[in-house]
Ligand binder design. Structure first.
Ligand code: SF4
Length: 414
């Protein structure tokens, strides 16, 4: 369940029903101020709400002094093993401190950091990682790794509460997707604090994105998780931000920029969809409006399942169609499809209106009808799916009919 409590990281609320916050971590040496600031600006532009920087040395604290002032988004200092660095990071104005109470040198040192953070009004993220559980939980970890992770997190929460410091969020991280899901489900039932979700060392852009989408997506769909970080093996932290946004957009948890939908293609494909879709996806990154843009590889099905899209294209051999919200906008030569699509999107971006020319619309509608008629007998993937859905519905209705206690009465199926 969603967290009851919240923390405020430099003006960004995390938890307590706030929208899920996107964060990432810089991959530069923090002490390299120019490179770190450059990356922070890039991730902020990509949509990161907050950013974390590693602070393993004193020279990183020096850079942090400037970073917290110049960063366009709040900055979390990531500290391991050295509580003095945590104290210094609080002193120079970090908006949040991330530390693992298990590796900072004992409860006294955690208490010292908590006192300093309380005095400064600095929240913390306390976290446990599957690779670094306290010794007394190692046996439990062998028997029940999920319970061991949750127990470690609950013990750290207990420690912070005894220190009368409750301005924190909690993370449980594992490289194992099922463990991450199970542990966060249990933890969300046991503590009221906001949860940070992530899959540790998820992998490359491809595999890491998938693992994160499965692990984090499952939890987020259940309402668990208040902030997310996608960990990818890439130097380009903005890629992590883009993946995080795709997950949130797919779950309709947040809106940001256009959503692209595209048919999977099949043997009826009429143009170089791979290149066209990649080109459209790249060009859409420049737009703010949360419009839906559809790309259909052929017009055999008409506009079909993309009829709700704000804008879309579909093609035949030499010509294609720009459509909008279920209606043709205009027929264009195949090679102009993408550029004409973006002319329409540009117009919308400026006026927030979709202009329809009745003559062009009629011409497009006629073209579409001709293509549909020419291919009326084709069993396309979309038509097969529609037939299957109709069959499933008919079967379900028949079962309802048979089970109905009153002869002839039918249950209404939503
Ligand atoms: S039939 Fe469907 S899947 Fe195949 S190219 Fe046309 S729109 Fe795409």
């Amino acid at each position: 369940m969603a967290s009851e409590r919240s923390v405020n990281v430099g003006g960004v609320q995390i938890g307590g029903g706030a929208p899920v916050v996107v964060q990432t971590m810089t991959k530069t040496e923090t002490a390299n101020l120019a490179a770190t600031m450059d990356q922070i600006r890039k991730v902020a532009e990509a949509g990161a709400d907050i950013v974390r920087v590693a602070v393993p040395r004193d020279k990183d604290i020096e850079a942090l002094k400037t970073i917290v002032v110049e960063s366009p988004i709040p900055v979390i200092a990531d500290i391991h093993f050295n509580h003095t660095l945590a104290l210094k990071a609080i002193d120079v104005g970090a908006h949040c401190i991330r530390l693992n109470p298990g590796n900072i040198g004992g409860p006294e040192k955690v208490a010292e950091v908590a006192d300093r953070a309380r005095a400064a009004g600095t929240p913390m993220r306390i976290g446990v990682n599957s690779g670094s559980l306290p010794k007394h939980l190692h046996e439990l970890e062998r028997e029940n790794p999920v319970e061991a992770l949750v127990t470690a997190a609950v013990e750290f929460v207990g420690l912070m509460e005894r220190l009368q410091f409750t301005d924190f969020k909690v993370s449980i991280k594992s490289t194992n997707v099922p463990y991450t899901i199970a542990a966060n489900r249990l933890l969300s039932d046991r503590i009221p604090y906001p949860l940070h979700l992530g899959i540790t060392e998820a992998g490359t852009k491809w595999s890491g994105s998938l693992k994160s989408a499965v692990g984090l997506g499952t939890l987020l769909a259940d309402g668990i998780g208040d902030t997310i970080r996608i960990s990818l093996s890439t130097f380009h932290a903005e890629e992590e931000v883009k993946v995080a946004w795709e997950i949130l957009k797919a779950l309709k948890l947040r809106e940001k920029g256009p959503v692209l939908i595209a048919c999977p293609t099949c043997g009826r494909l009429q143009f170089d969809m791979d290149t066209v879709v990649a080109d459209i996806e790249r060009r859409l990154e420049a737009y703010e409006d949360p419009i839906e843009v559809a790309v259909l590889g052929c017009a055999v099905n008409g506009i079909g399942e993309a009829s709700h899209a704000d804008f879309g294209i579909t093609g035949a051999k030499n010509e294609g169609l720009i459509f909008s919200r279920g209606k043709p906008l205009k027929k264009v030569p195949q090679e102009r499809l993408v550029d004409e699509l973006f002319l329409e999107i540009d117009k919308y971006a400026k006026t927030k209106r979709i202009d329809v020319d009745a003559g062009e619309q009629a011409e497009g509608a006629e073209w579409l009808q001709r293509i549909e008629e020419e291919n009326a007998g084709e069993l396309t993937p979309e038509r097969l799916a529609k037939l299957e859905a109709e069959k499933a519905r008919a079967d379900a209705d028949a079962i309802d009919e048979a089970l109905s206690p009153v002869a002839g009465r039918r249950f209404t199926r939503a």
